[in-house]
Design a binder for this molecule. Structure first.
Ligand code: PAF
Length: 291
């Protein structure tokens, strides 16, 4: 079983000891002394376990953080009902992670919500950030804290949260943080629904409707050869055929800058979608090739 650690000081001690031990057994830059972090909010599913397996494959000491970060939830969002399943999460990480860092909110924010924040910049207020003002400042603030606490060589994130991956990468570059970001593809159910901790909020009917997000992205990908407008129209038509799903945004973006892809954009792009199924907000994305 992974060791569960709840305080910053103990985690730092344990990681320092594990690194020192690994270095005694090999060269200082040996993969065994590498620290790999997988930041999560728990309620782990197969998608998370794929991230942790990728971390394990990188060798070294694998730390999974489990912290439902209040800073990234807006008023009226699902902070209180967000699933907290620590015991099951720790059991699922058996053989995959060395340490689970599961701090309390008081450990992470001893003086209440931190007054110092990382600001996500312009892209942080687009798309997901437009629907959830302040969300990415909260994400980047906790991720920066986790990077400083764990001091990983590599941190692993899922492509499912494409805008988050982009912004974390920007933060690492902009602030010269000494680590590498590894990205793992989205894991899907057999019918295409992207795995998400929020899928457990869906009743059977909503679960059946939710598959339209990935279907819409597939329709957009099929039409992408005819340009961005055709891709968006095809995806939108799919979504509109499912009245139980209320579209929040559907947009094609340049994968490098996350600027919206206009009609002059040809080549690789990312199609991003967010929609509400009942009270549950789901996101998904897919790489497309715009003709
Ligand atoms: O993707 C998530 O689960 C969260 O946004 C993260 C990166 C763990 C920060 O709280």
């Amino acid at each position: 079983m992974p060791q569960v650690v709840t305080t910053v000081s103990e985690l730092r001690e344990r990681i320092a000891a594990a690194r020192a031990e690994a270095r005694l057994e090999g060269p200082a830059d040996a993969p065994a002394a590498r620290v790999v972090l997988v930041p999560t909010m728990g309620a782990l599913h197969e998608g998370h376990l794929r991230l942790v397996s990728a971390a394990r494959d990188l060798g070294g000491i694998v730390v999974v953080s489990i912290f439902v970060n209040p800073l990234q939830f807006g008023a009226g969002e699902d902070l209180d009902r967000y699933p907290r399943t620590l015991d099951a999460d720790v059991a699922a990480l058996e053989g995959l992670a060395d340490y689970v860092f599961a701090p309390s909110a008081a450990e992470m924010y001893p003086d209440g919500p931190s007054s110092t924040r990382v600001v996500a910049g312009e892209v942080g207020s687009l798309y997901e950030g437009a629907s959830r003002p302040g969300h990415f400042d909260g994400v980047l603030t906790v991720v920066a804290k986790l990077f400083n606490i764990v001091q990983p060589d590599v941190a692993v994130f899922g492509q499912k949260d494409a805008q988050q991956v982009h912004l974390v990468g920007r933060m690492v570059d902009d602030l010269n943080l000494p680590l590498r970001i590894a990205v793992v593809d989205t894991v899907r159910e057999d019918d295409g629904l992207a795995l998400s901790s929020r899928n457990r909020y869906l009743d059977d009917g909503q679960r059946a409707s939710a598959v339209v997000l990935s279907r819409a992205l597939a329709a957009g990908a099929d039409a992408a050869g005819q340009g961005v407008e055709a891709a968006l129209a095809a995806a939108r038509a799919s979504l509109e055929a499912e009245p139980a799903v209320k579209l929040d945004y559907l947009v094609a973006v340049d994968p490098d800058s996350f600027a919206e892809a206009g009609p002059e954009h040809h080549g690789p792009a990312l199609l991003l979608v967010a929609a509400r199924v009942g009270t549950t907000r789901l996101i998904d994305n897919r790489r497309i090739a715009l003709g």
